[in-house]
Design a protein around this ligand. Structure first.
Ligand SMILES: Cc1cc2nc3c(=O)[nH]c(=O)nc-3n(C[C@H](O)[C@H](O)[C@H](O)COP(=O)(O)OP(=O)(O)OC[C@H]3O[C@@H](n4cnc5c(N)ncnc54)[C@H](O)[C@@H]3O)c2cc1C
Length: 386
């Protein structure tokens, strides 16, 4: 049996950043990260790295979406400091790009209703008319204009997780790659140990951050909300030079993200396909066709790679963050399409509660207990009254 103060289950951007932040707060804490494979190689590797809060939600249900918007904005506000410190500790440049993000509008589409909404949310957004769009992003197809968000960024998410692994190692977090947790052993409403095929692990506190796989453990079924995998396919092309496309572009359900070395990522799909990570040629071709309709000269870009990843989604599509009915189990999962954006704030909020500090009000709406209200009410015979 291996014994630690804190064990993090799952070494994606979320689990790694929690281990990192916790070690900065409590340097003497003995922390282990367990991963079923190589840390950082699942959704956090597959992502595009856009740091864009969701701006369009159904206004009839405002509580959770509004809290989520506030959480996202808070994460964005602390993102640069988080990354600069991480780069300092790890020695890895995460390639945070701050030129802003462009929401593209079809020829003739009016920006007015969008601008009104963004102003209402307090988000800085500026319309680029045809002349300005052509000047700032000459690769765009004729007639396409854009709304520029100067305060939204993008980061190379693969570099981010590489930096997190390096920083954690520098801070003496212990890594157990290829140690899948099989299940947890419970006693007296707490986890006594977690079992891997090669060994058992015990700790004062456990943080479950296993992404799309977070709800597969049978003994935790009644405390961990259902989390399902939502597949997203991606393609990557090489541009003739790194400045060929300058801004990340959002075009309806499609986006493209240029990287510093001239690669450009394009995607993505939102598919309920279980844990299968197959990539379909016709989907990738449709990405290339859409890119060509927005950036005509992309027809000359060379294909480099294609892949898919599994986003972790809870039933209400918002993350599950915080304490559970098991006294020593904290959860950080269900980040769905926004886990890279939410990395710094999740690390801060979860490490605060693990370190025994008072929880921030920001975390409260995302309590995992919200998914169990109905179950508790049924058990107490009060169904329908909660
Ligand atoms: C195509 C695509 C594009 C995306 N684009 C963006 C974007 O632009 N911006 C953004 O903010 N977000 C984006 N996301 C979402 C983001 O990638 C996820 O929300 C985020 O990576 C989730 O992080 P995670 O650490 O929870 O999960 P993961 O990165 O999946 O990590 C979970 C880890 O847990 C491990 N694990 C699983 N089971 C076990 C077990 N039994 N024992 C031990 N370890 C286990 C896994 O091996 C994995 O390493 C995108 C996602 C996809 C798929």
């Amino acid at each position: 049996m291996r014994i630690f103060d804190t064990i993090v289950i799952g070494g994606g951007a979320i689990g790694l950043s929690i281990a990192y932040e916790l070690k900065l707060r409590a340097p003497k804490m003995k922390i282990a990260v367990l991963d079923k494979g190589q840390c950082g190689r699942e959704a956090s590797w597959a992502a595009a790295g856009m740091l864009v809060p969701e701006l369009e939600w159904d206004d009839t249900n405002t509580d959770l979406p509004r809290s989520f918007f506030n959480l996202s904005i808070e994460s964005l506000l602390i993102f640069e400091d988080f990354v600069r410190q991480l780069e300092h500790v790890s020695g890895v440049d995460c390639e945070l790009r701050k030129e802003g993000i462009l929401k593209l509008l079809a020829a003739g589409e009016s920006p007015d209703s969008w601008l009104e909404r963004y102003a209402g949310l307090g988000v800085h957004a500026k319309y680029w008319d045809m002349d300005e769009s052509e000047k700032k992003e000459p690769a765009l197809a004729e007639g396409i204009t854009g709304i520029h968000f100067p305060n939204f960024f993008q980061i190379d998410n693969r570099k981010l997780v590489t930096a997190l692994v390096s920083a954690c190692k520098a801070l003496e977090v212990e890594f157990f790659d290829y140690y899948p947790m099989l299940d947890a052993r419970l006693q007296n409403d707490a986890i006594e140990s977690v079992e891997c095929d090669k060994d058992s692990f015990s700790a004062a506190v456990y943080v479950l951050a296993a992404g799309a796989w977070s709800s597969v453990f049978s003994t935790l079924k009644e405390v961990v909300p259902e989390v399902r995998p939502v597949k997203g396919q991606m393609s990557m092309l090489q541009m003739p030079n790194a400045k060929f496309v300058r801004y990340t572009g959002l075009w309806k359900n499609f986006y493209y993200v240029p990287r510093n070395d001239g690669r450009i990522l394009i995607g993505s799909t939102v598919e309920d396909a279980g844990f299968m990570k197959t990539v379909s040629d016709h989907v990738i071709q449709s990405f290339h066709d859409t890119l060509e309709s927005v950036i005509p000269n992309s027809v000359f870009f060379s294909p480099l790679d294609k892949w898919s990843g599994l986003r972790p989604a809870t039933p209400d599509l918002y993350p599950a963050l915080g304490s559970t009915r098991l006294g020593n189990l904290k959860i950080a999962t269900g980040h769905y399409r926004n886990g890279i954006l939410l990395t710094p704030i999740t690390a801060r909020l979860i490490s605060e509660i693990v370190a025994g500090e008072p929880p921030s009000p920001l975390i409260q709406p995302f309590t995992p207990l919200r998914f169990f209200k109905e179950m508790a009410a049924t058990r107490n015979g009060t169904a329908g009254r909660v």
